[in-house]
Design a protein around this ligand. Structure first.
Ligand code: SPV
Ligand code: MG
Length: 285
């Protein structure tokens, strides 16, 4: 089964939302798989942060695709690739579909903001493109794919841009009419209520994807009961890494050695296991 078919099956079998972890490299994807996540979000925020760059449209499709490809090859999970606004106009969106599909990526997600976008949590120009411009992009993207299982997820930033619930619903329905396979409704609210309200009105027309970063107290189980098909923990892995590495480096510099860390950090043996070193070295035998 292709990974695109696998992702569709996970959504359709309805055993709760597909728990999806944000990652930016092969190791992150392997850690998510080992922990029990069922899909990978190739996060633009994480891929940008891994380059020590802001999530502001600086990196291009080559950088994003290379990262998504590495994650896809490193683990058995389907990858949902964050493709920002589709890297330009509808031609760029078509090229994006061609390239990601050829790389075996299960789904792409494109959002209805003006290029170059800025991360949704930045208090900075959160501007939406006209609905007709984005529906055209979706139609071209969907017409480009050759594998019927490949998914194009349309993400509306209406709530992020402060355009309100009616606009979010209007856009989501227009994107569904244009052929989107799922809708990502993004929110930066501190509570889940607006996302829950959206899903109530939406009434399951298409699968809904959510990213509970600011409304982190909402459990995936409750989100699933409210209608979410995919729940993305988009950046917590990156944030955990930053905290852990910062405290480890500080401790070693302060102590002049790593003895207070040993016992708290992964062993070299565990790193070898994550690298599947034994399997590789068996090839020499
Ligand atoms: C990302 O992870 O890059 C996302 C989700 O698009 S967010 O950062 O919440 O916008
Ligand atoms: Mg992003």
């Amino acid at each position: 089964m292709t990974k695109a078919a696998h992702l569709r099956r996970l959504i359709e079998e309805g055993r709760g939302p597909v728990l999806t972890a944000g990652a930016h490299d092969g190791l992150g994807a392997v850690l998510a798989e080992r922990a029990g996540y069922r899909a990978i979000w190739a996060s633009g925020l994480e891929i940008s942060a891994a380059h020590a760059l802001p999530d502001a449209g600086l990196l291009g499709i080559s950088d994003y695709l290379a990262a998504a490809r590495i994650m896809n090859q490193a683990c058995g999970l389907p990858v949902i690739a964050d493709c920002d606004t589709g890297f330009g106009n509808e031609l760029n969106a078509a090229y994006t579909v061609q390239q990601y599909e050829a790389a075996g990526i299960a789904a792409i997600c494109i959002e209805d903001k003006v290029f170059p976008k800025v991360n949704s949590f930045a208090d900075h120009r959160q501007m939406l493109v006209p609905i007709a411009e984005f529906t055209h992009k979706i139609r071209v993207a969907k017409a480009t794919q050759t594998d019927p299982d490949f998914m194009v997820i349309a993400r509306t930033e209406s709530l992020i841009a402060g355009s309100g619930m009616d606009e979010a619903l209007r856009r989501a329905h227009a994107y569904a009419d244009a052929g989107a396979d799922a809708i990502l409704i993004h929110s930066k609210a501190k509570t889940h209520y607006e996302v829950e309200e959206f899903m109530g009105y939406w009434a399951g027309r298409l699968p809904v994807v959510i990213v509970p970063t600011t409304y982190y107290e909402w459990t995936a189980r409750d989100a699933g009961r409210a209608g979410a098909s995919i729940v993305i923990h988009a950046n917590q892995g990156l944030r955990a890494t930053v905290s852990a590495v910062t405290s480890a480096f500080t401790m070693m510099l302060n102590d002049g050695c790593s003895s207070s860390l040993e016992g708290h950090i992964a062993s070299v043996k565990e790193i070898f296991e994550l690298q599947r070193m034994d399997q590789w070295l068996e090839l020499e035998a």
